[in-house]
Design a protein. Structure first.
Lengths: 719, 170
């Protein structure tokens, strides 16, 4: 008895998906079997009807609507495309078995959905050849991307680090590295000779002028120099580790680990590895390896002690390693040797400074004298030395000394110039010189110094950063002008300071200047701005309103505050983003796998706080975070989630609760949250709206209440 | 690390010009795919809007494997499927009317066909449209929908079987 082919087989025949022999065999069968022949015809007819059936064109204005939405609406991130790979066709037997199984169970196959993940930043691909260049080599940079379809030239921007950069340098300058020129195949290329002293660099690709930047999805690209034996240079690894701190702690730890594997004889390898392990993985990890670490320390101690001459960096490394492990006698020994044999080494200076502070408490003059006599190397001064000298000088009240130390700090760390000179505005004796330096800083900001533009930051973002600092300086100068009895100049300066920014302290200063100048109209407008800020207390609001009433603004107050609210929301939205966020894997209590999204509350925005109890700035911000968390929990306007960098333990949650923070705590142990939300270190605040979209990301906590207000207003407008 | 609003602004073409250019070349075709998958003109237009609004930014994920047209098609199918899955209920006004389908032949036949197509489960309809109308192989459909070759073939089989039943051809 002859068996008819299955429906599946016939349809595969109709689709010409069978092998040649099988196709021919079935064709012979069809010649004499009308039933199967009919099935094949119907199958082909179904397809033909579907193809012939064209759909009426879309609306005429579809393109217009697309353009409008592109310009004004939310950004759309399309699903990532997986390259189509030819897979071997399932055999007929496999298909038949599948059919049998499916038929027998009568259960449809589960649709494993197309990715509902929204890809984050699109980026191109930059390759460096050779991948591990030597110092001073010529490298070829090749860039492929669809991001800049019409650019004939692009720029590689880099943050080069040198062997001399050391492990303490806080800030590294950035430069244009090379010009990429487009090839016929559409890729861009550049050849450049590396300077001999560069051991590591972080890179980004941008349009000429920095209008648009490709920073490799936030990760940047890297260049690491190799030594003669093919290993990456030790100095390069140290610089890579430093560069990754703050932007990817997990990757920084991985680099430190690599240092211990490739350079096990270097004390700095073990010191950095231990410190990063402790920071990223927590004390539980380092406690569990203590015995091994102490044994290693003792071995290193023996090895170095046997050497005739010990390099200063090795003494630095072993001193710190011993200190971190609490091995005081070894630490003390190497500290003594470092101070004696390399007194100008930054660690030696730092240690002497700390010792000085302990030995001369309260005596600012004596402290300062000793600091000034200490052997140091300008340009490599540790921050504690600059800070201590500066604050001691301020304590003495001696204008010459205050100015000298401010100049010293500002010249060693120019990016801190504003913070250094601002306090000196308060004293009449130093006000003049402080104002002169701040004006100078403002002018240099106006020239937009390129070497300060971070790699991966566009020119526009840099302008925003510079604008924020400029406004800060203008506010400070304005207040100083008021104190100097120059109200007209103060007014001009403060008017500039409050343009395009929302800062209640500047509004207050400007209001005072206006009042002094007799301009009550301008004064009450500024008071209205202060009153509408959701960050101020009810008591402050009442006080401001009373002040406005006393200036005759009672009747106009509703109108003034309404206008102020509009202005506040406009300014707030200027810094708003809108990105859909993919599910982010984090860890909850007991290391349980969860997602950030699982902790959001439906219908409410979420304030995500990246925080660490090992981070100074984060700890300093904790009281403000606690106050905000209390406010949010009382008002119910948003939910707060704290993202920490260590595993969740009962001890940690108790610590956080003790600090008054009311929030869910989750752990970003894989670094996914900080990458997905592009959170550059702690503390960073990210606001997700009620739909889970990323709307704000910044390091200023005080802006959050008005950001939540703006989101709420926008949400009710769209309802 | 900071987010970028990367605009593929070349030296002379803005993103808006890019959108317009690609829409002129592919808009109608992509709309057709979206329409056949979603079964609704309004939803199909939403899908197309999403694709084109996201296009400038998404261009970098096109690595040059295969054609740009294929890439666009795949992206459109994914977005259409996302829309279908997120829509829990279709409004009456979204239902296809006779004036929205132009055919050669009997309009009633066309309506019946489209109704039958829309009556299919979206998983089957998608495979049918991709295989029969867009010419994708089961390998390609499998990659796109993250299913096996065999699963794609079975869904097509079921789609055809159901269409025969709906259309009285069985």
């Amino acid at each position: 008895m002859f068996l008819h082919p299955s429906a599946l087989r016939l349809e595969q025949y109709a689709d010409r998906e069978l092998g040649a022999r099988e196709q021919a065999r079935l064709a012979r069968h069809l010649e004499s079997c009308s039933r199967c022949r009919e099935h094949v015809s119907e199958t082909r007819a179904l397809a033909a009807r579907a193809r012939v059936m064209t759909v009426e064109p879309h609306s005429d204005d579809l393109l217009d609507r697309i353009q409008q939405r592109y310009l004004s609406g939310p950004a759309v991130l399309l699903p990532a495309d997986a390259p189509v790979v030819r897979r071997p066709r399932a055999s007929l037997l496999q298909a038949a078995v599948l059919l049998l199984v499916v038929g027998a169970t009568a259960v449809g196959l589960q649709l494993v959905g197309a990715a509902n993940v929204i890809a984050v930043e699109a980026h191109g691909l930059l390759t460096i050849a050779p991948a591990s260049p030597r110092r001073g080599d010529v490298v070829t940079l090749t860039y492929r991307s669809e991001l800049f379809p019409k650019s004939e030239t692009l720029v590689v921007r880099w943050r080069p680090r040198f062997a001399s950069t050391g492990r303490r340098t806080v800030r590294v300058d950035t430069y244009d590295m090379a010009k990429l020129v487009r090839r016929r195949d559409g890729a861009w290329e550049a050849r450049v000779r590396l300077p001999d002293s560069v051991v590591y660099a972080a890179l980004a690709v941008e349009q000429v002028g920095g209008a648009a930047v490709d920073n490799n999805g936030g990760k940047l690209w890297e260049l690491l120099v190799a030594s003669q034996d093919g290993r990456p240079e030790f100095a390069g690894l140290v610089q890579q580790m430093k560069d990754l701190e703050d932007r990817n702690w997990v990757a920084s730890l991985a680099t430190a680990r690599r240092m211990t594997e490739l350079y096990p004889d270097r004390t700095l390898s073990w010191m950095h590895y231990w410190a990063l392990q402790d920071y990223v993985r927590g004390a539980r990890t380092t406690d569990s390896t203590r015995a091994v670490d102490v044994a290693r320390l003792r071995l290193l101690d023996d090895t170095l002690s046997a050497m005739q001459r010990v390099p200063a960096d090795e003494m630095d490394g072993i001193f710190f390693f011993a200190s971190l492990l609490g091995e005081q006698s070894i630490a003390a020994k190497w500290k003594q040797r470092l101070l004696a044999e390399a007194p100008r080494h930054p660690t030696a200076v730092e240690q002497r400074t700390s010792d000085l502070l302990r030995s001369t408490p309260g005596n600012a003059e004596a402290l300062l004298d000793q600091l000034e006599q200490m052997p140091v190397t300008e340009g490599h001064l540790p921050t504690n030395y600059l800070q201590l000298g500066y604050s001691a000088a301020v304590q003495t009240g001696n204008p010459k000394r205050m100015t000298a130390w401010a100049e010293r700090w500002a010249s060693n760390q120019p990016w801190n110039a504003t913070a250094v000179w601002e306090p000196l505005l308060d004293s009449a004796q130093t006000r003049g010189i402080a104002m002169a330096h701040l004006e100078q800083r403002m002018q240099s900001l106006g020239r937009a110094p390129e070497h300060e533009r971070e790699v991966g930051r566009t020119a526009m973002e840099q302008r925003r950063v510079l604008l924020a600092e400029t406004r800060r300086i203008q506010g400070a100068l304005g207040r100083a002008l008021v104190s100097s009895g120059r109200p007209t100049a103060a007014l001009t300066m403060l008017d500039s300071a409050v343009t395009g920014v929302w800062r209640t302290d500047l509004f207050r200063a400007a209001a005072q200047a206006r009042l002094q100048a007799g301009d009550t109209t301008g004064t009450v407008e500024l008071l209205a701005r202060i009153a509408v800020d959701p960050g101020i207390s009810a008591r402050q609001r009442d006080s401001v309103q009373r002040e406005a009433n006393s200036l005759g603004a009672r009747d106009r107050w509703p109108m003034l505050t309404q206008a102020a609210v509009q202005l506040m929301r406009t300014i707030t939205f200027e810094s708003a983003l809108r990105f859909r966020v993919r599910p982010i894997a984090v860890s909850g209590a007991n290391g349980k796998d969860t997602t950030l999204q699982a902790h959001q509350e439906k219908g409410k925005p979420t304030v995500v706080v990246f925080w660490s109890r090992h981070c100074g700035p984060a700890l300093m911000a904790t009281p403000a975070i606690a106050a905000l968390s209390k406010r949010l929990s009382e008002s119910g306007e948003a939910k707060m989630v704290i993202v920490v960098d260590e595993p969740i333990s009962a001890e940690l949650t108790a610590d956080i609760a003790k600090r008054g923070v009311i929030a869910t705590v989750i752990s970003d142990d894989r670094g996914e949250a900080s990458q997905a939300l592009a959170a550059p270190g702690t503390p960073t605040y990210v606001v997700l709206d009620r739909k889970g979209q990323l709307r704000f990301r910044h390091r200023d906590l005080t802006a959050i209440p008005r950001q939540l207000d703006a989101l709420a207003a926008s949400a009710s407008a769209s309802n | 690390m900071t987010f970028r609003n990367i605009m593929p602004q070349g030296d002379s073409e803005t993103a808006e010009q890019l959108i317009e250019r690609v829409f002129a070349a592919h808009g109608r075709r992509l709309y057709g795919i979206a329409f056949r998958i979603t079964g609704s003109r309004a939803e199909a237009e939403d899908v197309v809007q999403d694709v084109f609004v996201g296009l400038p930014r998404a261009l970098a994920s096109f690595r040059g494997d295969g054609t740009f047209e294929g890439w666009l098609t795949r992206v459109t199918v994914r977005v259409a499927l996302m829309h279908v899955r997120s829509t829990t209920r279709r409004a009456e006004s979204d239902l296809l009317g006779a004036d929205e389908v132009a055919v050669s032949g009997d309009p009633l036949d066309a309506i019946a066909y489209m109704d039958a197509l829309r009556a299919l489960p979206v998983e089957h309809r998608t495979v049918f449209v991709l295989h029969e109308v867009e010419g994708f192989s089961h390998d390609e459909i499998g990659q796109l929908l993250n299913i096996s070759h065999g699963a794609s073939a079975v869904r097509l089989l079921r789609a055809r079987r159901a269409l025969r039943t709906y259309l009285g051809d069985a």
